[in-house]
Every structure is written in structure tokens, then in C-alpha cells.
Design a protein around this ligand. Structure first.
Ligand SMILES: O=C(O)c1cc(=O)[nH]c(=O)n1[C@@H]1O[C@H](COP(=O)(O)O)[C@@H](O)[C@H]1O
Length: 240
């Protein structure tokens, strides 16, 4: 399994959200020396499938973010079908329930020691209190994140995806063991866009994130490498 990061740069997961596999491979090649694993999500996987993921994986371990959410048998089978392309990390939705999370973990185990880390997405970082309430969940994101974290970790998830605003509460409740992967991260002065629960890279790491996921602030920067290096420097300094 992928080891926890041991440098500021290794904590950064760039999200390569582009619809062009050749461009994605170029971005991965440019960023990999300055970051940790790279993320392949629904846009790139939809455009190029397993072949696009393999091209990216030539440069760095891949966080394959397909956010699986279905009946347990389907999710377990999907995880099994993805094992040959050797993702280092895989996402499922904790809201799919304990049996679904357990099915994902059991399927991942079939890859042996090199199995992917199973990460349970709690409450998407784009969701604020009002949006959450509109889905029938009252009480706010922190409470729901902690509820889903408990469910997912008890069912066998190796770690969680949450916003920077819940990280310290998760560490308080569950300690150092769960891998915490944190999107919704915005360097000072950058646009939040559709992200609702945000903080800066240094704040997310100080709160206890293992990895931060950063998409547009890197991939839409005029100089992607400089943007990644700036984020790593801010994490190392604990500022910004
Ligand atoms: O699982 C994820 O990576 C994820 C979960 C979540 O709650 N919020 C979230 O933004 N993400 C992903 O993290 C990335 C964030 O991208 P930017 O908003 O461009 O930094 C996107 O690829 C999202 O799919």
C-alpha cells in the first residue's frame, strides 16, 4: 500500500481534471517531480478510460477517484475490475453504507500487499449546510462527516475524504490511523469556485491532513510547476 507522505511536496495531489489523455500525461510528467500521487477523476477516466490512467501512472502513483456508490455487489465487482490497472488509491461514497464499504475493502484485498487504499468520501466539499439540509440531512456538515467517518472506518475503509474544516475533528475522534485526503483547498487569494468548505493548504495540513487535493489552482495557473512549488513552500513554512 502507498506509504504516508514524507515531505511537503509529497502531500500535494494534483487533480488532473482534463478531457484529453495526451494532455493529462504531459501534466503528470511535468508535475510528478514536484508533487505526490496524481488524481485521475471522472472527467479524464470518462474521456480515456483505463488507457488514460495507465499513461498517467507512468509518472506517479495514481489516486483513481471514481467515487463508487452502488449496491455492495456492484461496488465490490467494480473495485475488482479496476485492480489490474493498479490504482494506489480508490474512492467510494461512505453514504453507500457499511456493506458497500466492506465489499470494496474485501475486493481490494484481492490485490495483496500492493492493494489500493480505500478512501470513503464523507460529505462533498461543494456542499454547505443549506445544500445538505435540502438532501434531508439536518445538523450540518461536521456532524454528518463524523457520522459517515465512523460508519466507513468501522466497515473497513482505510481512510476518508473530507473538507479541511472537519480534519481536526476527525483526528480528535479517530486518531492518526485513518489516511485523510483533503480537497477544497485554496491557496490565499485563489477563487473558491464551486467549493463551499475550504481552507488554505497550510491550514489543512496543520489540522492533520495527510494529503491535500488541488486541481484548478495548479492546473489553471500560468506556471503549474511554480504553483505546486509555492504550495509546497507554504506547507513547509506552515504559512498561507
Ligand atoms: O474525492 C475527491 O477528490 C473530491 C471530493 C470532494 O469532496 N471534493 C472534491 O473537490 N473532490 C475532488 O477534488 C478536486 C478539486 O478540484 P479543485 O476544486 O479544482 O481544486 C476535484 O477533482 C474533485 O473531484
Amino acid at each position: 500500500m502507498l506509504a504516508r507522505p514524507n515531505s511537503a511536496a509529497a502531500r500535494i495531489i494534483p487533480a488532473i481534471d482534463v478531457p484529453d489523455p495526451a494532455r493529462a500525461a504531459e501534466i503528470a510528467a511535468a508535475l510528478a517531480p514536484h508533487t505526490g500521487p496524481v488524481k485521475v477523476g471522472l472527467e479524464l477516466f470518462g474521456a480515456g478510460g483505463p488507457a488514460a490512467m495507465r499513461q498517467v501512472a507512468a509518472h506517479a502513483p495514481v489516486f483513481l477517484d471514481l467515487k463508487l456508490h452502488d449496491i455492495p455487489n456492484t461496488v465490490g465487482s467494480a473495485v475488482r475490475a479496476l485492480l489490474p490497472i493498479r490504482p494506489a488509491m480508490l474512492t467510494i461514497h461512505a453514504a453507500g453504507g457499511a456493506a458497500m464499504v466492506a465489499a470494496a475493502r474485501r475486493a481490494a484485498e484481492e490485490a495483496g500487499e500492493d492493494r489500493p487504499i480505500i478512501l470513503a468520501v464523507t460529505v462533498l466539499t461543494s456542499i454547505d449546510t443549506e445544500t445538505l439540509a435540502s438532501t434531508g440531512v439536518s445538523g450540518g456538515p461536521v456532524q454528518q462527516v463524523l457520522r459517515l467517518a465512523r460508519l466507513a472506518l468501522d466497515a473497513g475503509a482505510d481512510g476518508l475524504v473530507c473538507s479541511p474544516q472537519e480534519v481536526s475533528r476527525i483526528r480528535d475522534a479517530f486518531g492518526a490511523a485513518p489516511a485523510l485526503v483533503v480537497p477544497g483547498v485554496r491557496p490565499p487569494g485563489s477563487e473558491a469556485g464551486d467549493q463551499a468548505r475550504t481552507a488554505t493548504p497550510a491550514e489543512a495540513i496543520a489540522a492533520g491532513a495527510d494529503w491535500i487535493v488541488v486541481g484548478r489552482p495548479i492546473t489553471r495557473a500560468p506556471d503549474m510547476v511554480a504553483a505546486a512549488q509555492g504550495i509546497a513552500a507554504s506547507i513547509a513554512a506552515g504559512i498561507g
